[in-house]
Design a protein around this ligand. Structure first.
Ligand code: AMP
Length: 398
């Protein structure tokens, strides 16, 4: 996939009507609407401000949750709109329908330098089906399509890809930054390239492991997915997470790494407990000899040393997935240590890709010391797998 895409900097936006796809799918309280984490809204501000400052009229679209075509108050974008209004300090009218008379009226009233928001597109089934008529109607509201919802780039929906069949399409700043960091890390990384993979399931990361084996100098595997690799190399893991269907895959990957000369590091010691609980007293055991009645909850101090030593000399680090059950403070030490190691690197490019590893970094307070924190969980993973992302592929090449 070509990552060198045109952005809003490459075109004249003044006086134009812009259909801007943002990702306002923020975690919020289903009853009160209170937003728990507004990162995605804040992240969209540079693009919105740039467009408004140049006299564009900006029609924002987004989804919120998965209402599957049913109008539910908890999936409304109202609280996101309220938050955006506060951040921008100007009114942001929001439609009460999707592409109905209210959308038409509010779009018609929109003037240069003004912004509005269309209600959750997923209230219409056509959005996720990428219905061509729906996409065409959406596109008819504007002159230019700007895609800035990297977290949705792996979805071929009407608002993420379909509209690009009818409008010139370019990237916003958020997407531009994602492409610059992730694309460079894959294509011309500053070496050595160290990839750190964790989280619960091997199955989610099969494609990423395969792809990174071809590119990375070192692959570190921790967290719940590491136990399947321990079994593959003959270890005993007690009641720890096991992805039985992928033991063979893990065995092949260990062999492949050796063949390619890629360093594949697995945990040496593990903090284990008898129950899955944040209060359970942990015992430290070798990672390949976990007692039958115990489960792994976090990496141990020797592993932290092993992993942080490997990180120390890195030119580029990509991290996806926590090293343990970091939601329990007692088992967040491994993930915290990785975050700290990344934050302490001088002159290296550090990328934290999506989802739980982002929460882990934010909890430690090291987020501002990371070169790039990806806004896309699934999209970042698919990008690292080398898959074509419909939301990116549809944008004009530079
Ligand atoms: P993922 O979505 O695949 O990145 O997985 C993230 C989840 O993996 C988090 O909720 C962690 O609590 C969980 N996780 C990490 N390590 C372990 C472990 N050793 N045992 C169980 N769950 C884990």
């Amino acid at each position: 996939m070509n990552y060198d895409k045109k952005t809003i900097r490459d075109i004249d936006v003044s006086g134009k009507r812009i259909l801007l796809r943002c990702d306002f799918n923020v975690p919020h309280d289903k009853k009160t609407g209170e937003i728990h984490d507004a990162t995605r809204i804040v992240a969209s501000l540079p693009t919105i401000r740039y467009l408004l400052d140049r006299g564009a009229s900006v029609i924002i679209t987004s989804h919120m949750g998965r209402p599957h075509g049913v109008w539910k108050p908890e999936n409304s974008l109202y609280s996101a709109r309220d938050h955006l209004e506060k951040l921008l300090g100007i009114p942001v009218p929001m439609t009460t329908d999707v592409l109905g008379p209210d959308t038409k009226a509010k779009c018609a009233a929109l003037r240069p330098g003004q912004v509005m928001l269309i209600e959750n597109l997923r209230f219409c089934l056509e959005e996720e089906k990428n219905d061509p008529n729906f996409a065409k109607e959406l596109a008819s509201l504007a002159d230019i399509f700007v895609f800035d919802a990297f977290g949705c780039a792996h979805r071929a929906h009407a608002s993420t890809a379909g509209v690009a069949d009818y409008l010139p399409a370019v990237a916003g700043f958020l997407v531009e930054k994602e492409l610059a960091f992730l694309g460079k890390a894959l294509d011309e990384p500053k070496r050595p390239l160290v990839a750190i993979l964790g989280g619960a399931k091997v199955s989610d990361k099969i494609g990423v492991i395969k792809s990174l084996l071809q590119k990375a100098d070192t692959i570190i595997i921790g967290g719940g997915m590491s136990y399947t690799f321990q079994v593959a190399r003959g270890g005993k893991i007690g009641t720890s997470l096991l992805d039985e269907g992928n033991i063979e895959f893990a065995r092949n990957m260990i062999a492949k790494a050796e063949e390619l000369g890629v360093k594949l590091l697995l945990p040496m010691d593990t903090q284990v407990t008898k129950e899955f609980s944040g209060d359970a007293e942990p015992t430290l055991v070798p990672s390949t000899a976990i007692p039958d009645d115990c489960m792994g909850m976090d990496i141990g101090p020797k592993t932290i040393q092993l992993f942080t030593d490997a990180i120390r000399g890195a030119g580029t680090v990509i991290w996806n997935g926590p090293m343990g059950v970091f939601e329990f403070p007692a088992f967040s030490k491994g993930s915290n240590a990785i975050a700290q190691a990344l934050a302490g690197l001088d002159g290296a490019v550090t990328i934290v890709g999506g989802g739980d590893s982002v929460s882990a970094v934010e909890k430690t307070g090291y987020a501002d010391k990371i070169s790039h924190i990806s806004t896309g969980g699934g999209a970042a993973l698919e990008f690292l797998e080398g898959l074509v992302l419909p939301g990116i592929a549809c944008l004009a090449d530079r």
